[in-house]
Design a protein around this ligand. Structure first.
Ligand SMILES: O=C(O)CCC(=O)C(=O)O
Length: 287
């Protein structure tokens, strides 16, 4: 990435979009009505989460189930992954069926306002909580970055219900308002809410909100897809630039391409050999 001296005379200039060939473009979130996004942001500010019911059609959930179910294999390697929970990591490298969840305009509209431009996809997983699973250890997703609280979120997450989320089948448990807590952790007296929502719905929450997978005391599985996002200057949980081939990177939407690392946090974070990473997709052998 070359920088034209005449346009860079202050440190502030270095924070701008310095790319010449690949200028920043608006996300699909720009199609969402401002009043709708403002209401979502107000809920996020107050509670730390917002639930959107029935964003996906039933046949899309059915397609996701059909593609994901045969790929579900072993259960978790520890109680945090869940001894009775199956996970599929790097979903983008396996199927296109979850792409419209990862780049859903309603999600991007919130991210556009919560995080810095060129925020990244941090994880895209299918999570199938089986009967007998116990409640997951409560945590907050950006707690994996060792930066003390209270603070603004460094990340945000969605959990999409592919099966109905009910009171007893492993629905995600949230601690409303806990995004504002300082050092303290959830205790037995804190109000916890199980996110009951029909299949096709999505809960969006900020990375500072305490939560965990619920216990599944039913005889049925609970399938979800989670997409997580982080600031463009953080290391994402899943190394998508390593797990996703350039062929797939060319195939996905512009928003997903940007979020899997084909973007720059100015002036240089994310550059490849001094150039904008999108240049890798112009020519050259596939990874
Ligand atoms: O599956 C869920 O409901 C939540 C899972 C979760 O928070 C996690 O694995 O980090």
């Amino acid at each position: 990435m070359t920088i034209d001296d005449e346009h860079v005379t202050t440190l502030e200039d270095l924070r701008g979009d310095l790319a010449e060939r690949y200028k920043r473009t608006p996300s699909g979130g720009s199609s969402v009505d401002d009043a709708v996004v403002e209401a979502d942001l107000a809920a996020l500010d107050r509670d730390g989460y917002v639930i959107w019911e029935n964003l996906l059609q039933a046949d899309h959930c059915e397609q996701i189930r059909a593609v994901v179910a045969p790929r579900l294999g072993h259960t978790g390697r520890n109680s945090f992954e869940g001894r009775c929970t199956q996970r599929i990591y790097s979903v983008l490298s396996r199927t296109r069926v979850c792409d419209r969840l990862a780049d859903h305009p309603r999600v991007l509209a919130c991210l556009d306002r919560l995080l810095m431009p060129n925020y990244l996809l941090s994880a895209l997983q299918a999570i199938n909580i089986q009967p007998g699973e116990t409640a997951q250890l409560a945590h907050h997703d950006d707690g994996f970055y060792p930066i003390p609280r209270p603070r603004e979120p460094l990340a945000a997450a969605t959990i999409w219900a592919i099966d109905d989320f009910t009171a007893d089948n492993g629905a995600t448990v949230l601690y409303p308002g806990s995004h504002r807590w300082g050092k303290r952790r959830p205790g037995p007296d804190d109000r916890a809410v199980g996110v009951q929502m029909p299949a096709g719905s999505c809960v969006f929450f900020v990375g500072t909100l305490w939560h965990g997978g619920g216990a599944n005391t039913t005889s049925r599985d609970r399938l979800a897809v989670t997409a997580q996002y982080c600031q463009p200057w953080l290391r994402p949980m899943e190394a998508f630039t390593l797990s996703i081939s350039r062929d797939i990177a060319r195939t996905v939407s512009e928003d997903i391409r940007r979020m899997i690392g084909y973007s720059i946090h100015p002036p240089f974070v994310g550059a490849v050999d001094g150039l904008h990473p999108l240049r890798l997709l112009e020519t050259g052998p596939d990874a």
